[in-house]
Design a protein around this ligand. Sequence first.
Ligand SMILES: [Zn+2]
Length: 607
Amino acid sequence: MSQFDFQSYLCTSLVLYIFSYVSYYLLSPGIGNKEKFLQMRRFLPCALVAALPASLAGFNLFSSIFFLPLTTGLLWCFTFPALYYINKHKTTTFFTWHFDFAFGLYIIAWLSSLEILFSGHGFISYFWAILVSITEFFLLLIVLFELFYYIIYQTVISENGLMVLIETHMLEVKEYLTGLPITLVLAASIIVTGMLTYIFYFNLIIMALPLMSKLSNTGLVIMIILLCYLTFYLWRPVPEKGLFARTGLIELYIDVKNYISSASLYKEHHLSHLKELSVSTNMNKLSSPHTIILVIGESASRTLMSAFTTLKVNTTPWLKEHATDEDFFLFSHAYTCWGQTVPSLERALTEFNQYNDKTFNKSFSIIDIAKKAGYTTWWYSNQGYLGSSATPVTLVAQSSDISRWTLQDANVKQYDSALLDYLKKIPTNRNNFIVLHLKGSHYNYQSRYPKSFAKFGNPSKYNVVDNYNNSICYTDYILQEIQQYAAENMNLHSMVYFSDHGDVPNRRRQPDFSGFGGLRIPLFVYLSAEYKKMFPDTARALRNNTDKYFTNDLIYELMCGLLQVKSGNYDSKNSIATEDYKWSRETLRTNLGKTLLTEDTTEDNKV
Ligand SMILES: [Zn+2]
């Protein structure tokens, strides 16, 4: 039985810790202090666990016995984050792949525990050696796939790349492979075969050694507990999601799979029922071609915007200046229906809301309405494309005539100003309905605006409140640019801005209801002089309703009202743009219908 060398154990852990944390730090642009310190703490147990099994058996993790577990783990730590960094750090302002590092470190412990515990048992060890080899081969194959993909396409694998791969049939894969340069296919085949042979040879030799007998009784118990725990923690299947499913590439793969199935559900209903949607409008009374714009904000809190409150810090100078203009209608009591992007926007953009029994998949959207009303529909987004925080919004977006995401353009720096460039390219020879989806004040706030726009605090200093205020101020500038450009160049008749939900910058985000701070949102409408003259009832109703209460799942009806829509799929009593608007503080709800707005007793205290 061998001695547990505490000093060597600590040294190995320290080397792993420093190596992984420093690499993580260098490969994660835009991370704030909070994230830096959080991961600094998280990586420590990962490194201590990674070195433990080898040390318990009296070895050093860097000895040749653990070459494969160590190499597999380290390659998982770095490959995806490094390729992503090389490819995206010039355009993406913030990303972090800490799960890849955590998984890489833990998998070292998991594989080396298996190697030790199942070695030296004769025939049973051969069986386990084969299982361990298959797992290692599978893990290394994923790494190789990422590297070859990068070599072939000069880009890290993306949603689109994976979607093509998942939807491609085996026959096409064969055709595709035969089209690749022969040297590359040959190199790949030699590497894969060589790797497979080496892994089997290595494990059959190593696991024939009596490694387990070197463990003390305590060491044995610790290692069994560790192995059981890690098996659960790393490999728990979706939807609970073990660490494996949270790593960059695997999460992307799961998102793409989910997207494909939800897209088929949404599209199936949509295509078959769209012809039943009947819409009439008298927007043709307005001069044409003209433009209507809907801007969707992100994490903007009404009570932290100077245009809506008596804040000392002027976070929204442009909107504040127009707050009392006749063309602008600022709503002083707007709330989100929920504090997360997808549940909120699924309802805001469609007939589905907190007050009816419709479902997202079976509801028409504001894009359907605008199309039927004769508009060419455009959707430009600075948000994500796939995943639990984006997919349903993407489905609505994709039903537009033209939809584009900044992240699809390799050379676009992903600040919201990128949307202005798209806006300016829209032809003005037809009636346009345009949706612009901002990244707004999404965490990490510091990454949402160029340093030159930092009005509050020290631009290089991390301070959540200053950073948040700067992001709000930058959004104010973006809204100004959109409104002014469209009014001057696109015959803008109406523009609406609302936020999906708010945020409380100096409070940790919580998944459950935790007060109204993050639920109070900005909402304003702009109408051109011509629009107000042609539709005075709408302008009057909006003015009379500015102090009424509102929840953003009724944005669909607000837009229908502004588009002067008549349809069986639009109830004007839900529209704050009409005199019929029936809702009040006493009847409206948030928290997906579970909380009445009357429970917000601190609205005037602003927090
Ligand atoms: Zn959001």
